[in-house]
Write a protein that binds this ligand. Structure first.
Ligand code: HEC
Length: 109
């Protein structure tokens, strides 16, 4: 009985830490590169735009994080860079799963 319990906990732990919901960091990185996001963003350093790690911190534990960020990276908007308005790039893909992967990747940084 005890052995069975240990086995069940091990499986639960394995599933809990990633498993089905793992972020594909390489794919996310490739897509933000292709979409020119990195001209204004860096994973950890502030450039013209906030570091993705800062965004992750800002949205951590916010229930609206996925929705807000998905909109931000798919709907064209204007941002201020050095006082001038510039177009905010959107992700160059039509695949919602790829967009979701990028947003989850940003939030995981
Ligand atoms: C022209 C420079 C520029 C480009 C290119 C750019 N961004 Fe941004 N981004 C900004 C600036 C500036 C802000 C801050 C805007 C603000 O706080 O109003 C921002 C904000 C963000 C945020 C945080 C939004 C929030 O609500 O806190 C995310 C996430 C983001 N950008 C992702 C991306 C992605 C993904 C791409 C590529 C598709 C991209 N950005 C391309 C300049 C840029």
């Amino acid at each position: 009985m005890k052995r069975l319990f240990v086995l069940a906990s091990t499986i639960a732990m394995t599933l809990g830490s990633g498993g089905a919901h793992a972020v594909d960091a390489a794919a996310a990185d490739a897509l933000v590169r292709k979409s020119k996001c990195l001209t204004c963003h860096h994973q950890t350093k502030e450039k013209d735009g906030p570091a993705f790690a800062e965004t992750a911190k800002k949205y951590r534990d916010k229930p609206e994080a996925m929705e807000k960020l998905t909109k931000h990276v798919t709907v064209p908007s204007k941002v201020k860079v050095d006082g001038a308005e510039e177009d905010h790039e959107t992700l160059r893909t039509d695949d919602p799963a790829a967009v979701k992967n990028v947003v989850e990747w940003i939030l995981s940084l």
